[in-house]
Ligand binder design. Structure first.
Ligand code: UD1
Ligand code: MG
Length: 464
């Protein structure tokens, strides 16, 4: 039986209904990707990692379908009719709940650097303080002019800081606040009933929006207990409001991902030119050479050598493979395969154990059997190629007649001569051979030999 979540009394609310105007994009901001993962997935996964299983995402009417299409039924949804500010968005999230939970955890949809261990710490400190109404996840010593700043009473002394008095938004402090400061990450824990009562009372800021961050000063004025809990890494506070911040956040994520895999036993020769998406898995003792991009849901086995100059997307690669300067997309590669330089595996290419694809080989929707070699420029599309086949330089499966795609089948142990054109649909039997330059329009039986244009069958060899 599954262990119950550590916070069964909590609901997580993710605010993702903002206009995201600063992105200057047709695509809703929560669907922009950092390290190959849509921004909105980060807070959803983070809440699950923290044991908060009931999650509501607040969307706008415009991005509702796109976000629900991505996240599915695992979370609930609320719609904020107008982007009236984060307080209004949170009120919409609360209104969508069937019952009010004792604990509400709030995250933004645009802060993918917040780490689960920081939110766990926030949850623990919030729970430990009896009567605490609001706990804010903050980050100290951050240079970021567009973030809300935590104001505290008194001056820091003897390692102690004064209590939080307010969160002051960039728009409300003008431009005269340079220098590092303690800032608001946009992650909070609230006492549920307290929040439900106060959220409707948040006044409009001069911008016309109602800021969730105003709750801090409101709580202090009412004598309620609030606190800010600083994160360990200052970069956790960085959010994505524009494309420059998207790049900055992606750089931090990339660095974290590279460090994770190096700690797991992967060698990365040049971290500055190695890009590994969040969804990638890599086995120990694999070496990544410069200019390598592992994207999407790629899985790489152990003791491989990848790169230099390779892009591998949504592809599974076995152990001990070597992939040089090649592009692999939606493919499966078994163990002990070598590929490249300059090969291209397209969707549904299956390269079986020990096969070799050399220079300029393109494979699409085809099986290349175990131990088969295609050493030099060729195209293999819609083909089922058996084991131990030799594909000569320049061979092509002519799979497209201008209207339909057709299948080529090549039996085990066949020998396809250089520059052979296989006009599909066509079958080359087990152990059959084609001569250089053959244009094969008819099936070749097992052990048969065909030469010429169009290819004609040769009589069996004397000693056959
Ligand atoms: C917000 C905080 C700021 C904090 C920063 C951290 C407010 C007023 N400010 O600023 O203190 O330092 O996050 O990244 O909360 N949203 C809605 N509906 C709205 C407006 C926003 O759902 O009407 C959502 C956005 O989609 C976004 C999140 O709330 O995911 C934060 O909004 P955003 O406009 O990015 O606020 P920031 O300026 O980043
Ligand atoms: Mg933001």
């Amino acid at each position: 039986m599954r262990a119950p979540p550590p916070h069964p009394d909590a609901v997580g609310i993710i605010l993702a209904a903002g206009r995201g105007r600063r992105m200057r994009s047709r695509r809703p901001k929560p669907l922009h990707c950092a390290a190959g993962k849509p921004l909105i997935r980060y807070p959803v996964e983070l809440l699950n990692q923290c044991g908060v299983e009931r999650v509501v995402v607040v969307t706008s009417p415009d991005n509702r379908n796109a976000i629900a299409g991505l996240l599915g039924d695992g979370v609930g949804y609320a719609v904020q009719a107008h982007p009236d500010g984060t307080a209004d968005a949170l009120a919409c999230g609360l209104a969508a709940l069937a019952s009010l939970p004792p604990l509400v955890v709030v995250l933004a949809g645009d802060t993918p650097l917040v780490r689960a261990e920081s939110v766990r710490k926030l949850l623990a400190e919030h729970a430990a303080a009896a009567g605490r109404r609001m706990s804010i996840l903050s980050a100290a010593d951050v240079f970021a002019d567009d973030l809300g700043r935590i104001e505290r009473a008194g001056v820091a002394s003897a390692g102690r800081v004064g209590p939080v008095t307010a969160i002051v938004e960039a728009a409300d402090r003008g431009h005269a606040s340079p220098g590092p400061a303690e800032v608001n990450t946009g992650v909070y824990c609230f006492d549920g009933p307290w929040l439900a009562e106060l959220i409707t009372q948040v006044p409009r800021a001069p911008s016309g929006e109602r800021y969730l961050t105003a709750l801090a000063a409101m709580a202090v004025a009412a004598g309620d207990d609030i606190a800010a809990v600083p994160v360990a890494l200052a970069d956790e506070a960085l959010g994505v409001n524009d494309r420059q911040q998207l790049a900055a956040v992606t750089t931090v994520l990339r660095d974290r991902i590279n460090c994770h895999w190096m700690a797991a036993g992967v060698t990365i020769l040049d971290t500055a030119t190695t890009y590994i998406d969040a969804g990638v898995v890599i086995g120990a003792d694999t070496v990544l050479l410069p200019n390598t991009m592992l994207a999407g849901h790629t899985v790489i086995g152990e003791e491989c050598e990848i790169g230099p100059n390779s892009l591998i997307r949504d592809t599974a690669v076995g152990d001990r493979c070597r992939i040089v300067a090649s592009v692999l997309e939606g493919a499966r590669v078994q163990s002990d395969v070598s590929i490249g330089p300059y090969s291209h595996l397209r969707p549904d290419a299956l390269i079986e154990r020990g096969a070799h694809l050399g220079n300029y080989v393109e494979v699409k929707n085809s099986r290349v059997g175990a131990g088969t070699a295609a050493g030099h420029f060729c195209y293999l599309g819609d083909a089922d190629i058996g084991q131990g086949v030799n594909i000569g330089a320049g061979a092509i499966t002519c799979n497209y007649d201008g209207v339909d795609k057709h299948q080529t089948t090549i039996g085990d142990g066949a020998f396809i001569g250089s520059d052979t054109m296989l006009i599909a649909p066509v079958t080359v039997g087990h152990g059959a051979a084609t001569g250089a330059g053959a244009v094969v329009t008819k099936d070749i039986p097992n052990a048969g030999r065909a030469v010429g244009v169009p290819a004609r069958l040769l009589p069996p060899k004397e000693n056959d």
